[in-house]
Ligand binder design. Structure first.
Ligand SMILES: C[S@@+](CC[C@H](N)C(=O)[O-])C[C@H]1O[C@@H](n2cnc3c(N)ncnc32)[C@H](O)[C@@H]1O
Length: 210
């Protein structure tokens, strides 16, 4: 079994369970913003069968092509690849989504709005979620964040929870874990012989209600 088989298996098991335990809606509309290789989109599709719609947004066309190809291979037609915007605004109307997931999207790199793009993303989540809709955030790189004044600042889960709550979300305590999939697709690690599924970093998924 390759790490890719393990990842596919995760999407159908633990990944799907993750989404079922976050959201109790029959045919939800979901946004996976910055979907990358789409692991969270596929897990959501597995959780709700083909009844849901998952908008998989990324600015990188290669990611969207990868998601499209994999959807075809797996005969999944509820995932809709959408091109993202430089400014992190969503091309969706107000109150459109039941669930938005931002997996590994927050960090403090200067090139992305001085690391302040998360504030735009949180604002857009507030706008495009339905009342009672769920925002799920899986943050990594917490030690590399910036505060509102663009200053490098070590974050903790608590500090991020407080910040998102201040933007009008209600934190819901859940014991959920997500996976940092980046290394699976990284040419650097592939050249070094790849990674094992068990060695991938795990992190807490923070859940909020609008
Ligand atoms: C660290 S990866 C996370 C991928 C995926 N969410 C995961 O957890 O495996 C960040 C992704 O965000 C995408 N991205 C960066 N800027 C974006 C933007 N302005 N709009 C949409 N996607 C963007 C990148 O192309 C990349 O695929």
């Amino acid at each position: 079994m390759s790490v890719f088989d393990d990842v596919n298996n995760w999407e159908k098991t633990d990944g799907a369970n993750l989404f079922s335990s976050i959201l109790n809606v029959n045919d939800p509309v979901i946004l996976d913003y910055g979907c990358g290789s789409g692991n969270y989109s596929f897990a959501a599709a597995q959780a709700f069968g083909q009844k849901c719609k998952v908008y998989a947004v990324d600015i990188n066309k290669q990611c969207l092509d990868y998601v499209s190809e994999k959807s075809k291979d797996e005969k999944i037609d509820c995932i809709i690849p959408v091109e993202g915007r430089e400014d992190y605004r969503h091309e969706f109307e107000d109150g459109f989504f039941d669930l938005i997931i931002y997996a590994d999207m927050f960090h403090g790199e200067e090139k992305t709005y001085n690391g302040l793009h998360r504030f735009v993303m949180i604002e857009e989540a507030k706008r495009t979620l339905k009342e009672g809709g769920i925002l799920a955030v899986l943050p990594f790189h917490l030690s590399n964040f910036r505060d509102k004044n663009k200053k490098k600042c070590k974050y903790t889960y608590k500090k991020l929870i407080d910040e998102i709550s201040e933007c009008g979300f209600k934190h819901i305590e859940k014991d959920l874990e997500g996976i940092h999939f980046e290394k699976v697709y990284s040419p650097y690690y592939q050249q070094k012989g790849g990674v094992t599924f068990d060695s991938l970093e795990r992190g807490k998924i923070l859940v909020f209600e609008k």
